[in-house]
Design a protein around this ligand. Structure first.
Ligand code: SAH
Ligand code: SF4
Ligand code: F3S
Length: 462
């Protein structure tokens, strides 16, 4: 039996306290979405059910993003509000444990404890398998804990095995971390070195998801096409090999992956886009800039022409490939001519979708120390011009779908009664009138209208 002097952690972890609630708010990229789901699964055996109501939560987890200043600062304004709620709950005799996870946790660690009095636990992305134990310690030792070491063991194999399927689509993290060190980016510091999960483990996780009703998985990694997990033969497997393996999973109907780096877009992976019917014709391939001088200063290790050639090769293999990208404007020393080169590339590529950002100097990154940081006004003007062009490009891509019949995987109810929403192979949202019974199924939809952000159409007999 456990004594007070030597608390039996295992017993406490396995003894659920019924009726407890956890509130999780997720910032940043899809990998955080995946991690948040895994954290929910990790605390579920302790008796925590998820809630969307902050005031009801005994455990609050903010899963944070450090990529741009705005994202990181948002966390502190949320923590201000959470402190109020915690105080109100305390007056009502209820405890609230506040946890900051994710990339701000990793980057700022102790500083969060200093700045935000409400926080009990700060936990970096590589330690989520230790969440139950750390929550226990924070509570039993009544102290605030910061856990941001990069542990030896990998969290994935130690997180609970049960995967809860929440919809017909699911994320599956296959690779984490980054060794590329683009000069503007915090990811190599917050997520650590590149690590890939073994093929067998991923196939097993995909099978579980499919058994629970998932029909589409999106393979995630900060550098997903650099994937090199152990294959069945014990040798490193490529992303293309993993995709071929996953294609064999019965009832898994669609496979996507994100985010890719142009440097790791191998011929093998391009061939998979030609040969694997389950691999969707959509590729998120960040280019960041159209200027070779800026690309070099960013340490991207590719030129604008490399990118053009690569896209040419991809479209030869898969002519209907929808291309998406990320672009940064206002990187240090970016001139009007550099920016024009970005606009020219965008005009040429016909992006189906894109994310564009004002450069945000991040602590500890080389670009933050570069001379010639640009004024906010220049960044804003450039961003507005770029976004106008990207919006046109997206609208053109969407309009090009009118009259076509596209297979749509229906995922959820729409805003209007009787309406469902799904996605085309090109990741476009598609609205159609349909029975709820078609949720989780792929049906042909004849596209009759296209807006800037979605399509709508009519279901045709299969
Ligand atoms: N691993 C991916 C992207 C990770 S971050 C890749 O290599 O492309 C997502 C996007 O955020 C990046 O593609 C970049 O466009 C943007 N981003 C990253 N750091 C930024 C910064 N300091 N300021 C503005 N945008 C940034
Ligand atoms: Fe960041 Fe570059 Fe790595 Fe992408 S490839 S995560 S932008 S350092
Ligand atoms: Fe943000 Fe970390 Fe993802 S910085 S974009 S949450 S890897």
């Amino acid at each position: 039996m456990a004594t007070i002097d030597t608390p039996d952690i295992a017993a406490d972890e396995t003894l659920p306290v019924p009726g407890k609630k956890v509130f999780i708010k997720t910032f940043g990229c899809q990998m955080n979405v995946y991690d948040s789901e895994r954290m929910a699964e990790a605390v579920s055996p302790l008796g925590y059910a998820e809630t969307g109501v902050l005031e009801d939560a005994d455990l609050v987890i903010l899963n944070t993003c450090h990529i741009r200043e705005k994202a990181a600062e948002k966390v502190y304004s949320d923590l201000g509000r959470i402190r109020q709620v915690k105080d109100e709950r305390r007056l009502a005799g209820k405890d609230t444990v506040v946890t900051v996870a994710g990339c701000v946790a990793q980057a700022e660690g102790q500083e969060i404890i200093a700045r935000a009095p409400a926080v009990d636990l700060v936990i970096g992305p590589q330690s989520y398998h230790r969440l139950p134990e750390l929550l226990y310690r924070a509570r039993s030792e009544s102290r605030r804990i910061v856990e941001t070491a990069f542990p030896e063991e990998d969290k994935f194999s130690r997180l609970p095995e049960a995967r809860v399927a929440r919809a017909a689509t699911a994320f599956l993290t296959v690779q984490e971390g980054c060794d590329k060190f683009c000069t503007f980016c915090v990811v190599p510091y917050t997520r650590g070195v590149e690590y890939s999960r073994p093929v067998a483990e991923l196939v097993a996780e995909a099978r579980k998801l499919v058994a629970a009703g998932v029909r589409e998985v999106t393979l995630l990694g900060q550098n997903v096409n650099a994937y090199h997990g152990d294959g069945d033969d014990g040798r490193p497997a490529t992303l293309a090999t993993l995709i071929r393996k996953l294609s064999e999973v019965e009832d898994l109907e669609r496979i996507r992956y994100t985010t890719s780096h142009p440097r790791d877009m191998s011929d093998d992976l391009i061939r998979a886009h030609r040969d694997e019917a389950k691999l969707m014709p959509f590729l998120h391939l960040p280019v960041q800039s159209g200027s070779d001088r800026i690309l070099a200063a960013m340490n991207r290790k590719h030129t604008a022409d490399d990118y053009r050639r690569l896209v040419g090769k991809i479209r030869d293999a898969r002519p209907d490939m929808a291309l998406s990208t990320d672009i940064i404007v206002g990187f240090p020393s970016e001139t009007d001519a550099d920016f024009e080169a970005t606009l020219a590339l965008v005009a040429e590529m016909g992006f189906a979708q894109a994310f564009s950002f004002k450069y945000s100097p991040r602590p500890g990154t080389p670009a933050a120390k570069m001379d010639e940081q640009l004024p906010e006004t220049v960044k804003s003007e450039r961003l507005a011009r770029l976004q106008e062009l990207l919006d046109q490009s997206q609208a053109r891509f969407n309009a090009g779908c009118i009259g076509k019949t596209l297979p749509v995987l229906f995922e959820k109810s729409g805003r209007h009664a009787g309406q469902l929403v799904g996605r085309s192979p090109y990741l476009q949202l598609v609205h159609a009138t349909a029975e709820p019974a078609v949720l989780g199924h792929i049906l042909p939809v004849e596209i009759s209208a296209a807006g800037p952000n979605s399509l709508s159409g009519v279901i045709r007999a299969a």
